[in-house]
Write a protein that binds this ligand. Structure first.
Ligand code: NDP
Length: 338
């Protein structure tokens, strides 16, 4: 069983050397009488929040820290190979929290979701039909509460969450602009995902001016994925009673001290609502989301781009690539093809 473990806690940007691919020789099996399930992992997800789990926290966070020497855990798509749980049998396809490894013994299989639409590529359950998809959906509809005709800005717009937020905004009848870190990504936003406009934030000398150019009338909704100087510039361009859906702050995850935000008083002056959310609080509404998103995919209203790394050994490079913008679309790792 090849697995990816954390070598040591990380400060600053993680490197491949902070993780290790090891081969465990002990054969995994469901212990007699237990309600565990042994799964074969088909796809595992690389997600930015995993960076926070690589640091040791004094106070507990909403997810536990990784433990050096132990396997990294992540969302994945898996096939049940052995089950002591009455609800699962060999061959069942599931997605949920698993290990960055070939096989995982899941001690709480009731935490897993069943895959009800195997007609889509199963990898979609690490993204558009999984955690990032639900994140885009609830962060946009439940938190930002969009109305037709509103002006929407999305950062990290070509990524797993961003590409979906932009398309949901178009379905809602909003005007949507995205920012991304390369011309190739900007082109994808405009030609594939149907954003009304997009810009490469790395090429803009003045983010405030770039936003003014794209939104002469200001921004109603900012879907925040990056934080820092981008958030600061966006605040200056928000309209009265705008909403900021605080999804993530990836530009800050590898910094020792947060930086970039000076314009917070705008929140007061313009009566802006900034609201953070954690997708796990919405797992209870997954079924409704899955049906709606599957419908959009079938109707061709949502397109989806993923970046697939091959083999469990590629996980460390794929994961750290997120913090350098190397992924084009949702980053995942194909561990086994069924
Ligand atoms: P992405 O697929 O968007 O990958 C990360 C991207 O972030 C990179 O490709 C890169 O794109 C961009 N990025 C990296 N470093 C920086 C930086 N310093 N400044 C600006 N952009 C940067 O990831 P996800 O879609 O999975 O996640 C997007 C955000 O959503 C993250 O902040 C994540 O933590 C958050 N999230 C929050 C959840 C919640 O429950 N609240 C759940 C899931 C995700 P580029 O080339 O464009 O710079």
């Amino acid at each position: 069983n090849k697995r990816v473990t954390l070598k040591r806690y990380v400060t600053g940007f993680p490197t491949e050397d902070d993780m290790e691919v090891v081969t465990a020789t002990a054969r995994l099996a469901v212990p007699p009488g237990s309600a565990a399930a042994l799964v074969k992992n088909l796809y595992v997800s690389c997600d930015p929040y995993m960076r926070s789990r690589m640091t040791r926290h004094e106070e507990s966070s909403y997810v536990p820290d990784f433990v050096p020497g132990e396997v990294l855990t992540t969302f994945g798509v898996s096939k049940v190979v052995e089950s002591g749980h009455p609800g699962y049998k060999p061959g069942d396809l599931v997605w949920g929290m698993t290990g960055c490894e070939e096989y995982t013994l899941i001690t709480n299989p009731e935490s897993l979701f069943r895959i009800s639409h195997p007609e889509f590529p199963l990898s979609y359950y690490t993204g558009v039909l999984g955690m990032p998809g639900l994140t885009a959906y609830v962060g946009f509809f439940d938190v930002a509460k969009p109305k037709k005709g509103e002006y929407v800005f999305v950062s990290a717009a070509s990524g797993a969450v961003g590409q979906l937020v932009g398309q949901l905004a178009k379905i809602t009848g909003c005007y949507v602009v995205g920012s991304a870190g390369s011309d190739e990504k900007v082109n994808l936003l405009k030609t594939k995902f149907g954003f009304d406009d997009a810009f490469n934030y790395k090429k803009e000398k003045d983010l405030n001016a770039a936003l003014k150019r794209c939104f002469p009338e200001g921004i109603d909704i900012y879907f925040e994925n990056v934080g820092g100087v981008m958030l600061d510039a966006v605040l200056l361009n928000m309209r009265l009673r705008g909403r900021v859906s605080m999804c993530g702050l990836i530009s800050q995850y590898n910094l020792e001290q947060p930086e970039g935000v000076c314009n917070l008083f705008t929140v007061v002056a313009k009566r802006i609502r900034m609201e953070g959310f954690i997708v796990m609080d919405y797992f209870g509404s997954y079924g409704k989301f899955e049906e709606e998103m599957a419908g959009y995919l079938k109707e061709g209203k949502i397109t989806y781009v993923e970046d697939v790394a091959e083999g469990i050994e590629s996980t460390p490079a794929a994961l750290i690539g997120l913090f350098h913008g190397r992924n084009l679309g949702k980053q995942l790792v194909a561990v086994a093809r069924e």
